[in-house]
Design a protein around this ligand. Structure first.
Ligand SMILES: [Zn+2]
Length: 271
């Protein structure tokens, strides 16, 4: 699933590529992914211009000149692609937003769990965003982070990935942050010492910033808004590296499951 760095990369691309363009038409062959309905979304957005694009957690928000907002969640395999209108159809292209200037914003999604949702106003948007925890690299300060970890006896990795507690962190960056902080992902969050909390906070910031710098991880489906791969997968510390050598001690990276998710760590380095 695209995480904070992947969605942020797309946000920056879209801001550069489609700002100021007018929505001319919307079409879909997967009506369930356009909410509340294609008819209502078209009625509210066709003719409006794209004013700004923001991200909160893994959710993108396209603000329009008429006050309406389109919220977009990529879920597991969603892609947002900016193409010329006559460009060949993209794989799994299910929603097409026709824009002025001979462009299309295409939503492609193999698994079809992603969605585009019409938000009527800022109040409705606030309600939608209120379910997300603070934003790493922004509103999540060390004090808040400490309190979040102290409040849960669940494995620290699960707490890092809980969107209600902390926004935007998924499996890739949680694994790598715990490796950098030398913390065993199974440890109860509240048992993490004060010194370790600080290390983990800094590690999380470091891996997320690396993710953005390398324009996301394309080990699976993720592509940026021009259909190009990111390269953070070439810099994974533990994620997907089962059986390979630990970069720190040369020991073997192990894979276990925590909360049903593949978890990669070095048993020698991470205590
Ligand atoms: Zn190691």
């Amino acid at each position: 699933m695209p995480e904070l760095p992947e969605v942020e990369t797309i946000r920056r691309d879209l801001s550069r590529l489609i700002m100021g363009r007018k929505i001319l038409d919307i079409a879909t062959d997967s009506p369930k992914q356009v909410q509340p309905s294609l008819v209502e979304v078209k009625k509210a957005t066709v003719g409006a211009k794209i004013k700004k694009i923001e991200r909160r957690a893994k959710l993108l928000q396209i603000f329009l000149s008429n006050g309406k907002i389109l919220a977009v969640h990529l879920k597991l395999t969603g892609r947002l692609l900016v193409r010329k209108r006559d460009a060949p159809k993209d794989d799994w292209q299910h929603i097409t937003i026709v824009l002025s200037g001979n462009k299309e914003l295409r939503f492609a999604d193999l698994r079809k769990f992603g969605w585009i949702r019409l938000i009527k106003d800022k109040k409705e948007l606030e309600k939608l965003l209120s379910e997300f925890g603070p934003e790493p690299l922004d509103s999540l300060d060390l004090k808040k982070f400490k309190a979040i970890l102290a409040s849960s006896g669940r494995p620290v990795k699960i707490v890092l990935m809980d969107q209600k507690k902390i926004s935007g962190v998924g499996n890739i960056y949680a694994n790598d942050a715990l490796f950098l902080a030398k913390i065993d992902p199974r440890r109860p969050a509240k048992k993490i010492t004060e010194k370790e909390v600080k290390k983990l906070y800094q590690a999380l910031e470091k891996v997320l910033k690396a993710g953005i710098k390398f324009r996301g991880a394309s080990d699976q489906y993720y592509l940026d808004a021009l259909g190009r791969k990111g390269s953070y997968q070439d810099h994974f510390l533990t994620y997907g590296r089962e059986g390979k050598k630990c970069f720190d001690c040369g020991g073997e990276i192990k894979r276990i499951k925590i909360g049903g998710r593949g978890t990669f760590f070095c048993p020698k380095c991470q205590k």
